[in-house]
Ligand binder design. Structure first.
Ligand SMILES: [Zn+2]
Length: 99
């Protein structure tokens, strides 16, 4: 059975750790869109920093990878389950850059 939107939201929220706020939306193609924002960082114009990329890949892995890099870069020393997969995230980033 496919996990519900709210169940996915809870699971991703646990993975992303205490600094993250996770919202899962369903887009027009009924794909799940992960929006992970930071509770302490603000981007341009007072908006919270977010891993969401308009028109980009916002599936679970892509969003969680961006969030993982944000934690490493801006919040060193923070503990979050997703950091367990940092090496995998770096490998995926490398593969995307290679094309
Ligand atoms: Zn942050």
């Amino acid at each position: 059975m496919v996990a519900s939107r709210s169940a996915r939201e809870r699971k991703a929220g646990v993975e992303a750790g205490p600094l993250a706020r996770v919202v899962v939306d369903v887009d027009r193609t009924t794909a799940f869109v992960y929006k992970i924002s930071c509770t302490t960082c603000t981007a341009k114009g007072d908006k919270a920093w977010s891993a969401y990329r308009l028109g980009g890949d916002n599936g679970y892995l892509a969003a969680m990878d961006r969030w993982t890099f944000h934690l490493v870069e801006k919040h060193p020393g923070t503990e979050a389950p997703c950091l367990t997969y940092l090496a995998d995230a770096q490998q995926r980033l490398h593969e995307r850059r290679e094309g």
